[in-house]
Ligand binder design. Sequence first.
Ligand code: AMP
Length: 281
Amino acid sequence: MELVKTPADFRAACEAARQQGKTVGLVPTMGALHAGHTSLIDGAHAAGATFVAVTIFVNPLQFAEGEDLNKYPRPLEADLAQCKAHGADLVFAPDDPGVMYPKGFGTEVKVTTVSKPLEGEYRPSHFGGVTTVVTKLFNLAGPCIALFGRKDYQQWRIIDRLVTDLDMPIDVRGMPIVREPDGLALSSRNVYLSAEERKRALALSHGLGRARDAWQDGERDVQRLQAMAREPIEAAFDQIDYVAAVDPDTFAPPEEAPTRLVLLGAAQLGRTRVIDNVELS
Ligand code: AMP
């Protein structure tokens, strides 16, 4: 497995792989890798990628003032070991944000529709930072299969929109959420939770699961589904940002008798924000 640190080396390695007839698979991450991330590496192989590149970059553009940019975990050696164990061919891990955003950098790439509601309301600058860095990574990697987790469901829909709208030669795949045995969605930020908060955090997947069970039993009333999910979350969390069912493609409020929905939740435990979602179809 090769480790590269500069955009030029990353581009050259992907280009060389394509010239050898390989299919590039791209797994963008911020590191602190867990089984959710490695499932994307495995997914890239399964999707037919024969040259799998993982990027590890804690992207300052997607953090707002007061968020956890400085304390975000950065265990690079352990991350590299996991990439290797899952058969990644290359890791692109810039040492310094200045490598991605040199002096004079002045461009933002923004999806103006799907970015607006929910996460977009609570973290107004976040998705612009994500779509800007992902555009750079796509431009460096070139035509590829790019894998994203449905854990960050809105992010996945936004990136799909970006690729469609700007005719990018990228095959975007949204991969299933990997969970702890008790149901908590894996997240690099779970390390911030105390043992007590970790127990309370479970109410999020539990609440969403309640609504999923009701949906499976035929419940189609959106208000009731949302209320059902909200109840245990409200009891356990310090603050709810949102528990909302929306159209899975547009993120618009659902129609009368929806056939497909995604129910998303975001809530705070102390200083830690936990997100999760469930697809109802
Ligand atoms: P991050 O390092 O948090 O930026 O995440 C990198 C990629 O891993 C994103 O596409 C995430 O959606 C995905 N990811 C994070 N956690 C999970 C999980 N529990 N299951 C599946 N994918 C995940």
